[in-house]
Design a protein around this ligand. Structure first.
Ligand code: WTA
Length: 647
């Protein structure tokens, strides 16, 4: 993990325009004041942030860190997340303001006002109650990007149940694993969703998943695409049938600040995905605050975060952050290049989007498709651009700024993780001078450090490991049903500090430059995947004996998946088998997890203790000639063999 070299030297700098700075939600003077307050009197600072929410009972203590790393925030306070996202606005002029403007991939549209969203949420909350869901239960949501997904999340929050959203790109094995771990008795899905003109068979995937687990007792199915599905009597119910008679009256349940709001499964270093647990008070506080500050969100904005709700970005910055701020949120169901490469720009023009938040992978694809696509549309409504999910290369940053932002929009390159719940490192659009490729500075109250393997602070421009030195309200509370894994994964590298799993450096101005993951997590097109998850998918094929998966740099997707595979005796190393294995992974995990390259090998390089030497495989995958220290190799001939295969 050590010795992370950085060769990047980026000299460009962009100060916020005076006109933007003047109207910003957070000004330079306030930023300075709050940063100082957060360092000097953290409790006072964090209490101030939480006061922006509506509480049903005030907390007694801001932060209890006495059982570190298990934090409690806003101790003994009570609130309800859906009350903060909905009811609160109904008492104001926002009652009839558009909360969600939704467009399906085929072009169908819907607008839900805050009053609409509230009514539907209350009704679905009553449906969930009718199915036996109680406070503290876990409900799994596996849906396309439709308003009903937000409704189902808010309905869970309303009755104090936790949701576990599974990205619609995952398939049966991933669903079964997550349902099993969460012990979720109710699952909400749809017949299908639209993606590049075809139907994603969500219900069929669920049916297959439910042959592998018996945890789920009731399935609610939303009719979206209308293709035929099999409904199992007594288990499966149509959303519209259950909603028909559901009452629109459902008072929000007072929830303890530490009541679990959701579990979101994310990839880690073993095959079993981790259930990242977020609770109510602290998470909502930071979701609300960061949305207001980083995106400078105003009532007049049309805000569009293009992330799927199946990832954390969609949880915090499509649902909880913007809705708690009373924003108008655009949601688009489908692909950016359907029916043509200008779909995003068409949407920006059509709805007058003012704030756009997307991923570097998408930006690089737009760059490749050419300037003529955005050039066909009037993008002058845009006033702020955001990036998230992977390091953005300076070239893509410059393109985004110039071609999409017309040179007028500040860019916020926001660094955070599923585990952090909200943005921790990011420019503030009216305050921070940006440098293309840097996530710049921490938000007030966040204390990132770049450390050596031994936990010593690195010098300016020296690469090291990124840690967060103090607790913050939206930090994950634990790994669901696995507190030991939580401690080991995040808190065992550096005493008392949260280890992020990212490499990074700080420059002379204290700006943070993220250098990507240092563990076995890869980011394919911004989607987070554990190498071990792909490996277990490969090994579940009858012809595979063992496999090792690594990420290799990819110009478009950030990283591409490379799999080294040893076959069981008698299986032939054919191209047809490679294809079959790729399809097998697509089928078990999802097509975004399909390895780009498969290499057959007779054995995998391992240390004497039997650990696969991924560092070597990564170098082989990238065609790097310098293999570094190989003294721990159990069998050097294995390596020689892999190198030979290379030639
Ligand atoms: C990476 C996504 C560079 C990083 C919100 C992190 C980034 C992982 C950035 C978390 C950024 C996220 N610049 N890298 N602005 N944002 N990352 O859990 O490696 O899907 O650890 O959360 O994405 O991915 P996750």
């Amino acid at each position: 993990m050590a010795d992370i070299d950085s060769f990047q030297t980026e000299k460009r700098r962009f100060k916020p325009h005076a006109s933007f700075a003047k109207q910003a939600n957070l000004t330079a003077a306030e930023f300075k004041k709050l940063t100082a307050l957060a360092a000097k009197s953290p409790d006072k600072y964090w209490a101030g942030r939480a006061e922006d929410l509506r509480w049903m009972r005030k907390w007694k203590k801001v932060c209890d860190w006495s059982e570190a790393p298990f934090a409690k925030w806003y101790v003994e306070g009570q609130l309800n997340a859906s009350d903060n996202c909905l009811d609160r606005h109904l008492e104001t002029w926002r009652r009839n303001k558009a909360a969600l403007i939704w467009e399906g991939e085929p072009g169908d549209t819907r607008v839900l006002t805050y009053a609409d969203l509230h009514r539907e949420t209350c009704r679905f909350a009553n449906v969930l109650k009718g199915l036996g869901v109680r406070k503290g239960d876990r409900v799994t949501l596996y849906m396309p990007l439709v308003p009903e997904l937000a409704i189902a999340m808010l309905a869970c929050a309303r009755i104090g149940a936790a949701h576990s959203v599974i990205f619609g790109g995952f398939t049966s094995q991933a669903i079964a694993d997550r349902v099993e771990d969460a012990e979720s008795a109710v699952l909400v899905t749809a017949d299908g969703g639209w993606r590049r003109g075809s139907v994603v068979p969500l219900k069929t995937n669920v049916d297959e998943a439910l042959t592998k687990t018996d945890k789920v007792k009731k399935v609610v199915v939303l009719k979206r695409t209308g293709q035929g599905v099999t409904m199992t009597n007594g288990r499966d119910f149509w959303w519209h049938d259950l909603m028909k008679d559901a009452s629109a009256v459902c008072e929000p349940e007072p929830c303890d600040s530490e009541q679990m709001l959701y579990i979101l499964y994310t990839s880690g270093t073993t095959g079993k995905p981790k259930g990242v647990v977020h609770t109510t008070g602290g998470y909502m506080t930071w979701a609300h605050t960061t949305t207001k500050w980083v995106f400078d969100l105003k009532d007049t904005d049309t805000y569009w975060c293009t992330a799927d709700i199946g990832w954390v970005t969609g949880h915090t910055y499509v649902v909880y952050g913007p809705l708690s701020n009373g924003a108008t949120v655009l949601m688009y169901e489908g692909a950016p290049n359907w029916p043509a490469n200008d779909r995003f720009w068409q949407l920006v023009e059509k709805y007058g989007v003012t704030i756009l938040y997307t991923a570097p992978t998408a930006i690089r694809a737009f760059m490749k498709w050419g300037d003529e696509w955005p050039g066909r549309h009037d993008l002058s409504s845009l006033r702020l651009l955001g990036s998230v999910g992977e390091p953005i290369n300076p070239e893509a940053w410059m393109w985004y700024q110039k071609v999409i932002g017309g040179g007028r929009c500040p860019i916020v390159d926001t660094w955070w993780q599923t585990e952090t719940g909200g943005i921790l490192i990011s420019p503030l659009p009216g305050v921070t001078a940006t440098k293309p490729g840097s996530a710049t500075l921490p938000l007030p109250g966040i204390f990132p450090e770049v450390l050596s393997n031994e936990g010593q602070p690195c010098k300016a421009d020296q690469g090291g490991l990124l840690a967060i030195a103090k607790p913050w309200p939206s930090m994950l509370r634990t790994v669901y049903r696995d507190p030991e894994r939580f401690k080991k994964q995040y808190w065992s590298n550096f005493a008392g500090k949260y280890f992020t799993g990212d490499g990074s450096r700080k420059d002379k101005d204290g700006y943070v430059w993220i250098m990507g993951r240092v563990d076995d997590v890869i980011k394919v097109a911004g989607h987070r995947l554990g190498t071990a998850e792909v490996e277990s998918a490969l090994v579940s094929h009858p012809k595979v004996a063992e496999s090792a998966v690594v990420g290799k740099p990819d110009e478009m997707k950030g990283e591409a998946i490379c799999a080294f595979v040893t076959l069981r005796g008698g299986s032939e190393k054919t191209d047809a088998l490679k294809k079959e294995l790729q399809e097998h992974v697509a089928k078990t995990l999802g097509s975004f997890a399909k390895p780009e390259m498969i290499r057959f090998t007779d054995a995998l390089p391992k240390t004497r203790s039997g650990k696969i030497m991924r560092r070597l495989l990564r170098k082989i995958a990238t065609g790097d000639g310098t293999l570094g220290d190989t003294t721990t190799l159990e069998d050097l001939s294995v390596l020689a063999k892999l190198r030979e295969d290379e030639e």
